[in-house]
Design a protein around this ligand. Structure first.
Ligand code: BG6
Length: 486
């Protein structure tokens, strides 16, 4: 792997502590970092290099999937870590940073390969990129990459403005937009499941599929993020990105070669084929929900509007369910139901493919049978379950049976590890590309408008339930129901 300098904005923040440093440390243990690797953490705080390194060491002890028990490995790792104080608005601070990086590159005769990772509030992306350009930091003789985290904008227009500001200094192929769902092993497995199983490949289409259900249920509430969440809601926080990315990965036609370009192209095709919501009306296809007080795991929890920091009159969606149609050759007439919410009965992200029933009842006994189901559990437990029908020899009745395989996730790299390693190699297959992000905003924009104008009923649901009943009716209208609800 190429030698590089990794510049981390927001290095003293929560994401760096919980995810980024533990991920890079695990890559280091797995020898997946280049020989010559230097990370410079940037933050507003005045910290000595030693103080910063001991903060990093603490975060490894607390959050690394492999305990940072080996003190000598931690010490060696920390040798690669430096710190600089930087005010993101202060151009002279960037100039100092540039001299520090250039000095090292010259001393060790390193190529000018630079990663700029923005683990900061998105409002700062534009300023930072402008200053990177102004200071010359982003003019390199090697390669440069920009890594950003969602949210990529607040709506279609702001996303376009943000993208235009990034594009001033970085080409699209240099921008790596992290959507951590794309780093989840089972999301990466979707393409493989279809590709490597001709049986599934043959069935992956409207002729055999009755409907598809994608659920991301969480038990946590708004936690300490009210300030952000109350302005975002489930539609921006989960739906526009993670949920639509899972939809794309599932519904895309298999690319001939699994390259970043081809996967990006196939995903874009899915988004282009999504039937725009105006045609059917947001009201008939979308359910908006908000949790009220209830019990989770035997514990009483507060309702959303009683949470600290939330506006007591808030109409923010903590739950959204929607019916989508992909008007292409393979998926037309198959409803895709997507839902996500906070404070639901269980934590689980899962995809269910319900296959069509046989045309007739089983002729000898006149029994109806349960549909075949392919359930793909993305997390927290990963696995695949296939439901078939068999005759029970004890009572002679046809009954559904499950064939289940759990994926052993012990020692499996975390999403951030996989994604950071891909980025370092320059592979953007499992990143969100601008076309997809823009089309996703375009698709959700009518929902954002309708929510903002309060045009949709706000259904409440008790914490610990499966969400509002209106979401059940969404499927009942089509003769279906959600599978696997608790
Ligand atoms: C984040 C959202 O992107 O994803 C959070 O901002 C959410 O609100 C989280 O809790 C869910 O991720 P995971 O991996 O726990 O399903």
């Amino acid at each position: 792997m190429d030698a590089m300098t990794f510049v981390l904005f927001g290095a003293t923040g929560d994401l760096a502590k919980r995810k980024i440093f533990p991920a890079i440390y695990n890559l280091y243990l797995d020898r997946k970092l280049p020989e010559s690797f230097q990370l410079i953490g940037l933050g507003r705080r005045k910290l000595s290099e030693d103080e910063f390194r001991s903060q990093v060491a603490q975060s490894l002890r607390a959050f690394s999937r492999r305990p940072a028990a080996d003190e000598s490995a931690v010490r060696d790792f920390l040798e690669h870590i430096g710190y600089s104080e930087l005010n993101v608005n202060e151009l002279s601070d960037y100039a100092k940073l540039a001299s520090r990086i250039e000095e090292r590159e010259q001393r060790f005769v390193l190529p000018e390969n630079r990663v700029f990772y923005m683990s900061v509030a998105p409002e700062l992306f534009g300023t930072i990129v402008a200053n990177l350009q102004e200071s010359g930091l982003s003019r390199v003789s090697g390669w440069k990459r920009l890594v950003i985290e969602k949210p990529f904008g607040h709506d279609l227009e702001s996303a376009r403005i943000l993208n235009a500001s990034l594009a001033q200094a970085f080409e699209e192929k240099e921008i790596f937009r992290i959507d951590h769902y794309l780093g989840k092993p089972m999301v990466q497995n979707l393409e493989v499941l279809e590709y490597s199983n001709p049986v599934l490949q043959a069935l992956w289409r409207n002729r055999y599929v009755a409907n598809v259900q994608i659920t991301a249920a969480e038990t946590v509430g708004v936690e300490t993020r009210a300030e952000y969440y109350d302005h975002s809601g489930a539609v921006r926080d989960m739906f526009q990105n993670h949920m639509l990315q899972m939809l794309m990965m599932l519904a895309m036609q298999l690319p001939k070669h699994s390259t970043a370009e081809e996967v990006g192209f196939k995903k874009r095709k899915v988004m282009e084929a999504l039937r725009p919501l105006q045609h059917e009306g947001v009201e008939t296809s979308v359910v908006r929900g908000q949790y009220t007080a209830g019990q989770i795991g035997g514990k009483q929890v507060a309702g959303y509007t009683e949470e600290p920091g939330v506006n007591p009159a808030s109409t923010t969606d903590t739950y959204i369910a929607a019916r989508l149609w992909i008007d292409d050759y393979f998926w037309s007439e198959v409803p895709f139901y997507i839902r996500t919410g906070k404070r639901l009965a269980g934590k689980s992200t899962r995809i269910v493919i319900e296959f069509k029933d046989p045309a007739d009842k089983f002729s000898r006994t006149n029994e109806t049978t349960a549909p075949n189901l392919l359930t793909i559990d993305i997390g927290p437990e990963a696995g695949v379950t296939f439901q078939l029908n068999m005759k029970n020899p004890l009572n002679g009745k046809i009954e559904p049976v499950q064939i289940h395989t759990a994926v052993d996730e012990k020692d499996v790299p975390e999403a951030y590890e996989t994604l950071i390693a891909d980025m370092m190699r320059g592979d953007s297959t499992f990143f969100a590309h601008w076309d997809e992000v823009e089309l996703a905003w375009q698709w959700v924009q009518p929902i954002l408008n309708a929510f903002e104008r309060n045009e949709l009923p706000l259904h409440t649901y008790a914490a610990g339930s499966n969400g509002p009943e209106a979401a059940d009716r969404l499927l009942e209208q089509d003769g279906f129901h959600w599978w696997h609800d608790e």
